[in-house]
Design a binder for this molecule. Structure first.
Ligand SMILES: *[C@@H]1O[C@H](CO)[C@@H](O)[C@H](O)[C@H]1NC(C)=O
Ligand SMILES: *[C@@H]1O[C@H](CO)[C@@H](O)[C@H](O)[C@H]1NC(C)=O
Ligand SMILES: *[C@@H]1O[C@H](CO)[C@@H](O)[C@H](O)[C@H]1NC(C)=O
Ligand SMILES: *[C@@H]1O[C@H](CO)[C@@H](O)[C@H](O)[C@H]1NC(C)=O
Ligand SMILES: *[C@@H]1O[C@H](CO)[C@@H](O)[C@H](O)[C@H]1NC(C)=O
Length: 569
């Protein structure tokens, strides 16, 4: 017997399989030794291995899965958690295969079953290592900076956008019931849960909630009657209460106040939340108040998104409260929420504390000049800003100038500046130009739907002339630009190495001007947006007069040639 054991050891140590067989046999020998010392009749059976042996093998597989190998560089390493679960699964499968083999062909002591057991383990380990961590699409830098592991996503949103009832939920959510799964992120978006399906999900979420880090319940009750939708939300909220989430997406659920409160127990229990999305949720004044009330702890919050229907100024106040309590905020969106100038001022003041802000999107509100000026004052310490979306805020020249002046001094890494639809005229152009001139990282400049005309356009375009090699998109559509402005801007942007898109549609460029612009983009017509809404005969009376005087902008251009648009000092 012992001879046989030793022989198998020697044969197998020369192959990868031996690595595991050696472990099994070592344990088996210990089993045998303890048996014989108990003076049992000396008839050692190698199969089945004892519990201890099996556990020890699981341990060994786990070590193997988490250690460096030729595969880890290529595919990433498994997390401890995933390795533990996978090791159990592998051992289980190998044990089942070997047991079957032993039943079919009992060979006395079970030596061949042991060999198969080790071989199966080895095979499955190599398979897992080759596959890498279960989810490859999301690569996150890992906490504590130790190494790069991968998050694991369970996503049912990719199929049909449809109702889901109990039966289908049973089937679809099955993988979550397997306790060896390593899901830390679930996305139930795009399926509309009824009560039946919610009750199927409930125990699953309960069993999973300690592991979950990211939960996407956006658009998950569409078309359900209000009472049912509220109950469904209550079930999900209660099931996930006490989870320690980093990210929660409740967008596209038309929550309103009742809906926000239906998520009360979940929201209240969160203390580590970093990202909260409440887009298209009908966040009314009351709903906004509920949000502020229900998420008392926002110390960690980095991303907060609202969009659509927060009724006006009153609703802005509780949102401002949340912002004020979120000193780490990096990405704030509150767009199309009907906030007027009082709300805008409150929000601006709150944002003053958020000096880590990188991305700010306040598009489509009614801040007006006062809101814009308040915002400019509030953002003076925000040197991390990279993306700023301030379109359709009624800023006018005064607000636009205030904003341009503050960004001239801060935000050295600004990549996106959007100020579309703000009634900004050539009056503000020199401030805008001075701001833009200092932004070497600028990739997108969007001043569409203003009144810059040729004069303002040329002034800002000149600021882009030097450097600005990262420039990709420039949008000056609908600015009453004519031939001179269009041509000048086109000539400057077309030379940028990474340029992608110039939009000067909706202006008053003459036929000749259109030809010239097309000619400038002759080699790269895809970089010039359509000019189908250009009106060669457009323009107001002054323009008409100029036209009649034979001034198609050319003279204006020469007048502007020597305009100083650098840093004014
Ligand atoms: C893990 O197991 C495989 C397959 O048996 C083997 O080739 C490899 O050397 C082992 N790696 C480590 C680090 O033990
Ligand atoms: C939702 O469903 C629609 C239609 O079935 C599909 O086209 C879309 O890609 C899905 N959305 C997501 C986010 O997967
Ligand atoms: C949140 O959900 C909405 C709607 O399904 C989706 O468009 C958006 O990408 C999601 N946001 C994140 C950060 O996943
Ligand atoms: C937003 O308000 C409009 C008009 O008040 C309403 O028709 C629409 O359904 C609301 N949208 C949401 C997402 O609540
Ligand atoms: C410019 O901003 C407006 C308003 O946000 C937007 O609709 C448009 O698509 C933007 N243009 C580009 C090129 O991104």
């Amino acid at each position: 017997m012992l001879v046989k054991v030793v022989l198998i050891e020697i044969i197998c140590l020369q192959s990868p399989v031996g690595y595991f067989l050696f472990a099994v046999l070592g344990c088996l020998a210990m089993d045998a030794a303890s048996m014989s010392s108990q003076r049992r009749p000396f008839s050692v059976k190698l199969w089945p291995p004892s519990k201890k042996t099996r556990l020890m093998l699981v341990e060994r597989i786990m070590k193997n899965l988490t250690s460096e190998s030729i595969f880890t560089n290529k595919y990433g390493r498994l997390s401890q958690e995933e390795a533990e679960e996978t090791a159990k699964r592998i051992e289980d499968e190998a044990f089942a295969t070997a047991s079957q083999h032993y039943e079919k062909e009992p060979d006395g002591d079970g030596g061949s079953a042991v060999q198969l057991y080790a071989k199966e383990c080895s095979k499955l380990v190599v398979e897992v290592l080759k596959e890498g961590p279960k989810r490859k699409e999301v690569t996150l830098p890992v906490e504590n900076g130790v190494d790069a592991t991968r998050e694991t996503l369970f996503d049912i949103s990719k199929g049909q956008r449809a109702f889901i009832e109990a039966e289908e939920a049973e089937e679809l959510l099955k993988p979550l019931k397997d306790l060896t799964n390593a899901y830390t992120k679930i996305c139930f978006s795009n399926r509309s849960f009824g009560l039946g399906a919610a009750r199927v999900a409930e125990p699953i979420l309960l069993s999973l909630k300690d592991k979950l880090k990211e939960v996407d319940l956006s658009d998950f009750i569409a078309g359900r009657p209000e009472a049912e939708a509220l109950e469904v939300m209550n079930i999900f909220s209660a099931a996930l209460e006490g989870s320690v989430l980093k990210s929660l997406n409740l967008s596209n659920n038309a929550l309103g106040e009742k809906g926000v409160r239906a998520f009360g127990s979940l929201l209240k229990s969160q203390s580590q939340l970093e990202e909260l999305y409440l887009m298209n949720d009908g966040i009314s004044e009351e709903a906004a108040r509920a949000v502020s009330e229900l998420i008392p702890s926002t110390e960690k919050l980095k991303v907060l998104h609202f969009h659509n229907n927060m009724t006006g100024n009153e609703g802005a106040l509780p949102i401002a409260e949340v912002v004020k309590r979120s000193p780490l905020l990096e990405d704030f969106r509150c767009s199309s929420t009907r906030i007027g100038s009082d709300g805008g001022i409150a929000l601006a003041e709150a944002l003053g504390n958020c000096v880590h802000l990188r991305k700010l999107d306040l598009r489509d509100n009614m801040f007006g000049v006062e809101g814009g000026v308040a915002l400019s004052k509030a953002l003076s310490k925000h040197s991390d800003l990279t993306e700023v979306y301030l379109s359709y805020l009624n800023l006018e020249d005064e607000g636009g100038i205030a904003i341009a002046n503050v960004f001239k001094e801060t935000a050295p890494s600004l990549e996106v500046l959007e100020l579309a639809g703000n009634d900004i005229t050539a009056e503000a152009a020199s401030s805008l130009a001075a701001c833009v001139a200092s932004k070497e990282s600028l990739a997108k400049l969007n001043l569409s739907e203003n009144e810059l005309k040729d004069e303002g356009t040329i002034c800002v375009a000149k600021a882009l002339e030097e450097g600005h090699d990262k420039l990709e998109e420039v949008d000056f559509n609908t600015n009453s630009i004519r031939r001179a402005g269009a041509r000048f801007l086109a000539q400057i942007v077309v030379q940028k190495p990474g340029f992608k898109l110039l939009n000067i549609n909706g202006n008053f460029i003459s036929e000749e001007g259109v030809d010239e612009v097309n000619n400038i983009f002759k080699k790269c017509p895809e970089m010039l947006a359509s000019l189908d809404e250009n009106d060669p005969d457009g323009g107001d009376e002054d323009d008409e007069e100029e036209r009649e005087n034979g001034d198609d902008g050319d003279e204006l251009e020469s007048k502007l040639k020597n305009l100083d648009v650098g840093e004014e000092d």
